[in-house]
Design a protein. Structure first.
Ligand code: GLU
Ligand code: ZN
Length: 467
């Protein structure tokens, strides 16, 4: 049996997750789900200065909201845990020691100033700056002397000249040259691990065998492959997806219309809107249908990931938001609207009300508007007032009588008004709706009248008639 596919999302908790990161998480989740594999969440928090526990908490809240559950992660640890890198330092020591013992890594005593001077000299000669190899072949005595000067060494990985080739899942065959990479730091002088190292080692230790990530990490990949090879650890297959750019083509920014996942949630977007939008951003999905996550997984394929930059388009997001509202089960619709409601919706009328207003919801605030129309007080808005101003005044006494006689049976009411006044079509329905709901458009009167009730409808008719 082939190994199960294991993917991961490995965010650094240095800020809120934006759409680009969320898309990376989603693609990895879909890839695992499509293959019946596992999805792991690893928090890359070794940068103590920039990492914050509250960012880690927030990103888990965001992932949960999107529905991207993880099989293992900080709160669901297992044999391969812990899943906070800051809690894994003892594991890394072992691998550092192994590389040093094998001569694959060595202490480098160069100071930042010395390295900077070397880079400047290389640039002046028109060479690409890379570590000049000063500490590559130090004797034990040299090391002792440099350490005695109070220099805290970094640990460098020794990169031999030659080709490093791999097949990228998205971008096809890639080749790099060792001599262009130069020996690189895998542990800083303060003892903290470098990103390349822990990211690669943890993928191997956690059994991760597929990695989809942003193309900004493509150049890290040859280094990571070298580390894993030197340690005799299995490397995942990497696929580098195009970066998400802002609406105007530049980097993602708020100005370009892009928000963090938290902000999108707070702005009232539904998770299905975000996932359906992102699943089509830089990934060719044949169908234009709104899918649940399992449906998206069924339609997900790595070979349909695009190399072209993906541009954030707020209109597309709104399109999926509209679709998501129309498709939402009533209980989800309620969970979405409830926090923004100040007008009470009687629990026994909740479903009827939701079903009536669903086609007319765009924003979360629309819920409160329709709750007020049905269960609170409303004055005609501008559009309704315009309709009322043009209405035939004969309508109102007839409507009053019809309502008193037929109650909330909208069909019987309109029939009676029609019979009495001779008005029909738009001349009849539009002003009647405007008077009873205070709105010129929206759900059918037939759906709203039973929710509004006879007394309130009568009062609204009388208000129009009297005024
Ligand atoms: N912590 C890294 C980041 O957020 C992970 C990169 C990767 O997916 O390998 O950029
Ligand atoms: Zn050095």
């Amino acid at each position: 049996m082939p190994d199960p596919i294991i993917t991961r999302f490995a965010p650094s908790p240095t800020g809120p997750i934006h759409l680009g990161n969320a898309r990376t998480a989603l693609f990895n989740w879909l890839l695992a789900r499509a293959a019946g594999g596992r999805f792991v969440l690893r928090v890359e928090d070794t940068d103590a200065e920039r990492s914050r526990p509250e960012h880690a908490e927030a990103l888990m809240t965001d992932l949960r909201w999107l529905g991207l559950a993880w099989d293992a992660g900080p709160d669901r640890s297992d044999i391969a845990g812990p899943y906070h890198q800051s809690q894994r330092l003892p594991y890394y020591s072992e691998y550092y020691a192994r590389l040093e013992a094998d001569g694959r890594a060595y202490p480098c005593y160069c100071t930042p100033e010395e390295l900077e001077a070397a880079r400047r000299a290389q640039r002046a000669r028109g060479e690409a700056p890379r570590y000049p190899g000063r500490c590559r072949n130090l004797s034990a005595a040299d090391r002792e002397r440099l350490a005695a000067e109070g220099r805290e060494p970094t640990l460098r990985f020794r990169v031999e000249a030659g080709e490093i080739a791999f097949g990228d899942l998205v971008r096809g065959p890639q080749t790099f040259r060792g001599e262009e990479i130069g020996d690189f730091i895998i542990r800083r002088s303060d003892g903290t691990p470098a990103f390349f190292f822990v990211n690669a080692v943890d993928d191997a230790l956690m059994g991760v065998n597929r990695v989809l990530r942003g193309e900004d990490h493509l150049a890290n990949t040859p280094r990571q492959l070298l580390i894993l090879e030197a340690l005799g650890l299995e490397a995942p297959l990497y696929g580098h997806i195009s970066l998400l750019t802002g609406f105007e083509g530049g980097p993602l920014s708020k100005r370009g219309g892009s928000l963090s996942v938290t902000e999108l949630r707070e702005a009232g977007y539904l998770p299905a809107a975000v996932t359906n939008y992102l699943a089509r951003l830089g990934h060719h999905l044949e169908s234009g249908e709104l899918f649940g996550l399992d449906g998206l997984a069924e339609h997900f394929a790595v070979d349909r990931l695009s190399r072209a930059p993906a541009r954030f388009d707020p209109e597309q997001l709104d399109h999926w938001h509209h679709e998501a509202i129309q498709a939402a089960p009533l209980d989800e619709l309620w969970d979405w609207l409830a926090p923004a409601l100040t007008t009470e919706v009687p629990p026994e009328r909740r479903e009827e009300w939701l079903a009536a207003v669903q086609p007319n919801l765009e924003r979360v605030a629309d819920g409160e508007d329709w709750a007020r129309v049905c269960f609170g007080e409303v004055a005609p808005d501008d559009a309704a007032a315009e309709v009322l101003a043009q209405a035939d005044p004969a309508l109102w006494p007839a409507a009053e009588r019809a309502l008193a006689e037929h109650g909330t049976d909208a069909k019987a009411v309109t029939e009676a008004v029609k019979a009495e006044t001779g008005l029909k079509g738009k001349q009849l329905f539009k002003p009647l709706r405007a008077a009873v709901t205070g709105r010129a458009s929206g759900p059918e009167l037939g759906a709203l009248l039973p929710l509004i009730g006879t007394d309130k409808a009568l009062a609204r008719i009388r208000a129009v008639k009297g005024g």
